[in-house]
Design a protein around this ligand. Structure first.
Ligand SMILES: Nc1nc2c(ncn2[C@@H]2O[C@H](COP(=O)(O)OP(=O)(O)OP(=O)(O)O)[C@@H](O)[C@H]2O)c(=O)[nH]1
Ligand SMILES: [Mg+2]
Length: 356
């Protein structure tokens, strides 16, 4: 994960951390070169404000130099190389492109920009830790999930079984992830059963039956075409009778913009009253996954997100933006096709993966 993004961020930091900025001349030259900026009246006003600010800074810098004991003065006057607002815009423009190209949603790019602006404008880049500031800016838009196992065990003290519905568009990894989650729950000493509530896609029941057999767990199923909500309901009845701790309900892949399909998931939720509603998104689909997560959240108020296929996602921006877009945490990352390839989401780990 983050292969491409990590490299680009590293280059951006290395390039800029030397703080080779001069508030005198350098900025102005760059501004004059841009014909777009010359044409824009608004920008001209902004520019004159910026130049005024630079002038103030220059004067302040000169004053500080004058007040500095002579032995501390160089032969030339040392200007303080502080990052102006305009220079920050220039510096961030490059980072913005890197982030957008790597699937970070625009909204999240704006948040990162705001955090960085607060930390960097007016500072000498040589005196700030650019990697640290970027790390903090990204970390601030991530959400750590609550402890998955503890949440379930706490709830089981009150009622049983604990019911989880998985939703997401076709091929996003729902069925595979359900098997991974079942395996994870078993490893944590919780009994599990599955519900084949995808009665729509050909071979979907055989696929989940295979996982149930491999993991030696019960699967509640009905014929293709039967009501998915009733499969979920039957699975809960079976779990109650057999004292099974957790029921995982598989659903059919549905497009988030197709009303009828969205309504179907709402019906499953209404009938089975799940304790958790998990949205499955494919990490590699970038902004599509983020938009789908938003739509599912608006429709069924999801508990959290699992991003599958993070092992083949070189960009990784979805993992950076999806929580901010929905206000919901990523619970797990899917990291491969084996049952063990499920990683609990952790902000710190994620930042480490980014190399920051
Ligand atoms: N590399 C990788 N592949 C994954 C991961 N999760 C799922 N897959 C693969 O993605 C494909 C689709 O997974 P499914 O679990 O069938 O997806 P689904 O959402 O149930 O699909 P539908 O039932 O058609 O809606 C399969 O080939 C899985 O092996 C993952 O974390 N990493
Ligand atoms: Mg499936």
């Amino acid at each position: 994960m983050f292969g491409a993004l990590k490299e680009k961020l590293k280059k951006w930091i290395t390039k800029n951390k030397e703080g080779d900025l001069d508030i005198k001349g350098h900025d102005e030259k760059k501004v004059d070169k841009s014909p777009k900026k010359q044409l824009s009246k608004k920008k001209k006003v902004k520019k004159s404000k910026v130049l005024e600010k630079q002038k103030d800074e220059l004067e302040q810098s000169l004053e500080e130099t004058i007040n500095t004991p002579s032995e501390e003065k160089g032969f030339f006057i040392k200007f303080k190389k502080r990052l102006t607002e305009e220079k920050f815009e220039e510096l961030f423009e490059e980072l913005e492109i890197i982030l957008l190209q790597n699937n970070v949603a625009y909204e999240s790019v704006e948040s990162i920009k705001k955090s960085l602006a607060e930390k960097l404008i007016g500072k000498n880049l040589k005196e700030v830790d650019l990697a640290e500031e970027l790390k903090n800016a990204i970390e601030s838009i991530l959400i750590n999930p609550p402890d998955f196992i503890k949440t379930i065990k706490d709830s089981l003290e009150i009622k049983s079984p604990f019911v989880i519905v998985f939703a997401g568009i076709n091929g996003s990894g729902k069925t595979t992830t359900i098997a991974k989650v079942a395996n994870y729950l078993q490893k944590n000493k919780l009994s599990v059963s599955l519900a084949a509530a995808d009665t729509f896609r050909a071979a979907s029941i055989e696929q989940i039956q295979q996982h149930a057999d491999n993991l030696k767990i019960h699967l509640t199923k009905k014929d293709y075409g039967s009501d998915p909500a009733s499969v979920g309901f039957d699975a809960i009845t079976h779990a109650k009778k057999n004292k099974i701790d957790v029921v995982l309900i598989d659903t059919a892949g549905r497009m988030q913009n197709k009303d009828t399909l969205m309504k179907e998931i709402e019906k499953i939720v209404r009938i089975t009253k799940p304790d958790m509603k998990i949205f499955l998104g494919e990490s590699i689909t970038g902004n599509d996954a983020t938009e789908q997560a938003k739509a599912f959240n608006e429709s069924t108020d999801i508990t959290g997100i699992i991003l599958s296929k993070s092992d083949i996602d070189e960009k990784g921006g979805t993992a950076i933006s999806v929580s901010q877009a929905t206000g919901k945490p990523i619970l797990f990352l899917g990291t491969g096709q084996k049952y063990e390839d499920l990683e609990v989401f952790d902000k710190k780990k994620m930042i480490e993966k980014l190399g920051l």
